[in-house]
Design a binder for this molecule. Structure first.
Ligand code: TZP
Ligand code: MG
Length: 215
């Protein structure tokens, strides 16, 4: 069977332990995958490296079972050590060229962007995908101004590598993000903060699939 192309992903789920206290990370992420999340990122801003590596290895095992790519936020060493598919870096992290040199040509490297100039620079620099956001204000990324759907529209018109809308996206506003031209959505709190991550993912997928089917 031919392996699915990771670039076809639609729903990107990111971990955040503070949104599901008392619930197991793996259980929450497995529910997200069963609901239709087709790429997963380990993001744990305050976790000690050892715990991060432990979670990365456990998530590697889980995502491999489902054929879902695993991306590690910020920590390129942890991505390598856990055998993740790639890393996600921000504008203030290790430069893209260095990340590429360390991770190699086959790794998936994503970059957060907050305006079109950053998006085009990431594209020129060889990023595999970019994050476009935060579309709406969000407590998950405090101190970062919302870029609004205006930047989503710009991305839709100008970015040729895969890009994913992120930031404050919920089932209530996803329609607006899709109407602005997004074909991929990423969510943290809406998915892992939910009591029913599988149901939420299924509902996101239904919207994404309908938007794509409609062109
Ligand atoms: N990058 C841009 S916005 C954001 C990140 C990591 C946070 C998204 O989290 P949420 O809870 O879906 O708003
Ligand atoms: Mg970062």
């Amino acid at each position: 069977m031919e392996k699915r192309n990771w670039r076809d992903f639609k729903l990107y789920a990111i971990t955040a332990a503070n949104y599901h206290p008392g619930r197991d990370l793996l259980e929450v992420m497995e529910q997200a995958i069963l609901g239709g999340a087709d790429i997963v990122q380990l993001r744990a801003k305050d976790a000690p490296k050892e715990a991060l590596l432990r979670d990365a290895r456990a998530l590697r095992e889980l995502t491999a079972r489902y054929g879902v790519p695993l991306i590690v936020n910020d920590h390129i060493d942890v991505a390598l050590a856990a055998g993740a598919d790639g890393a996600h870096i921000g504008q203030d992290d290790l430069p893209l060229a260095e990340a590429r040199r360390i991770l190699g040509p086959d790794a998936i490297i994503g970059i957060s962007t907050h305006n079109l100039a950053q998006a085009l620079a990431a594209e020129r620099g060889g990023a595999d995908y970019i994050g476009v956001g935060p579309v709406y204000p969000t407590g998950t990324k405090p101190g970062r101004a919302a870029v609004t759907t205006a930047y989503v529209r710009e991305a839709a018109a100008n970015v040729s590598i895969p890009w994913v809308a992120i930031g404050g996206i919920t089932l209530a506003n996803a329609g607006e993000v899709l109407a602005a031209g997004a074909t991929r959505i990423c969510a943290v709190s809406a998915i892992v903060g939910s009591e029913r991550p599988a149901e939420v993912c299924r509902a996101f997928r239904a919207k994404l699939d309908a938007a794509r089917a409609g062109g």
